[in-house]
Design a protein around this ligand. Structure first.
Ligand SMILES: Cc1cc2nc3c(=O)[nH]c(=O)nc-3n(C[C@H](O)[C@H](O)[C@H](O)COP(=O)(O)O)c2cc1C
Ligand SMILES: CCCCC(=O)C(=O)O
Length: 377
């Protein structure tokens, strides 16, 4: 199986010609090696859940309020102690150097300048230390707003070593992905024979981890043996806030809270793990009821418009994450592309709040959201 070549340096489109996040997908599709595009766009099996996430938002309408008498808006939120200029963060996505030669460094600079939190993937192709240095350099007067995404490793010494790297880099929370006891099967990748990273692109956080030969890159272990006891052990090894990513069943939400997690990220991994898992926005009300306000609930999956963000916040999410749009922005224009993706969302959220008669995320309430028949696109 031959690994595909590294992406060529894309020509950045003039930012003003790109009007929305979906257009970034079209542009990225034209620039990326089709094998990488399929890796990013694709999902598990029939990709039912990939489609369901966006469709979930399409089946919700916003019912605005009028004559609220305020002309100032504040989009900022604080998430587990980290301020963000928007109720939107960058969900972890692996292998940014497949999208652009600058990889995670470009993403980090864009996020830092936009004042939003970037989640550095355990499978990032730049080390978390280098990502943090890029963020610091981009905005020297502010501590970098970075979270670290962790797959719990059954060898807890390896997990500990990864946590220490994230702490040393200045990450302010751990997003622990629990939806991957085994890796999802992506038929696009199988068809394309995509099962290896191109030469020179590696998971840098897994380099020289514990007692290995210099330069050795560990494989990320997905383990169906993991249980809540592993989470307890993680809890004991760090004082960083722990956010569980990928719990979907409300009962798991309750158990997670009982085990002392600081928050939940309601996520079906963008439809890349269990196909036919429901859309995350459809699961949000039940999860919020289960958690009963004890910890913040974040959500990702299918967020493509400011109206999607506002719907999720109105239903009760504290913030939402974006995955693929970041990678598409990166592919299309490196740092500028990611920055533009965030700025497009910022403008859309601000405009939607104004039209809804809201001044801040806290003004949004569930009565603003109605279930409607989905209108075909
Ligand atoms: C290319 C790609 C790589 C991803 N890699 C990871 C990962 O390494 N760890 C993880 O927890 N989630 C990963 N995700 C899932 C995202 O964090 C997120 O849950 C999902 O992309 C959100 O859906 P969206 O793409 O519709 O915004 C990945 C998603 C994509 C598209
Ligand atoms: C070990 C890499 C996992 C990447 C991933 O989570 C995804 O492509 O969805």
């Amino acid at each position: 199986m031959t690994a595909p070549a590294l992406p060529r340096l894309p020509e950045a489109p003039a930012a003003h010609t790109v009007l929305n996040l979906r257009e970034y997908e079209t542009i990225a599709r034209g620039l990326l090696d089709p094998i990488f595009y399929d890796y990013v766009a694709g999902g598990a099996r029939d990709e039912v859940t990939v489609r369901a996430n966006e469709h979930g938002f399409a089946r919700l309408g916003l019912l605005p309020r009028m004559l609220r008498g305020s002309d100032t808006r504040d989009l900022g939120v604080t998430l587990f102690g980290t301020p963000s200029s928007l109720p939107v963060f960058l969900s972890p996505t692996a292998f940014h150097r497949l999208a652009h030669p600058d990889g995670e460094l470009a993403t980090a600079r864009a996020a830092a300048k936009a004042g939003v939190i970037m989640t550095v993937g355990m499978a990032s192709t730049t080390s978390v230390a280098d990502v943090a240095a890029a963020a610091r350099q981009a905005v020297p007067d502010r501590a970098p707003a970075l979270w670290f995404q962790l797959y719990l490793q059954p060898d807890m010494a390896v997990t500990r070593a990864l946590v220490r790297r994230a702490e040393a880099a200045g990450c302010t929370a751990l997003l622990v992905t629990v939806d991957s006891p085994v890796l999802g099967i992506h038929e696009r990748n199988k068809r394309n024979g995509f099962n290896d990273l191109p030469p020179g692109v590696v998971c840098e956080n897994l380099r020289d981890l514990t007692g290995s030969e210099p330069g050795h890159i560990r494989q990320i272990a997905m383990s169906a043996d993991l249980g809540w006891d592993h989470l307890d052990r993680l809890r004991e090894m760090t004082s960083l806030p722990v956010v569980l990513k990928g719990v979907l069943h409300p009962e798991d939400g309750r158990i997670a809270v009982a085990h002392g997690v600081d928050g939940l990220l309601l996520s079906n991994h963008g439809g890349r793990q269990l196909d036919t898992a429901p859309a995350t926005v459809d699961l949000l009300p039940d999860m919020l009821a289960a958690v009963a306000g004890r910890v913040p609930v974040l959500l990702d999956g299918g967020v493509r418009r400011g109206t999607d963000v506002v719907k999720a916040l109105a239903l009760g999410a504290t913030a939402v994450g974006i995955g693929r749009p970041v990678v598409y922005g990166l592919a299309a224009g490196g740092e500028d592309g990611v920055r533009h993706v965030v700025d497009l969302l910022r403008e859309e959220i601000d405009h939607t709040l104004a039209l809804c008669g809201a001044t801040a995320p806290r003004d949004l309430t569930p009565d603003l959201v109605r279930t409607v028949p989905a209108v075909p696109r």
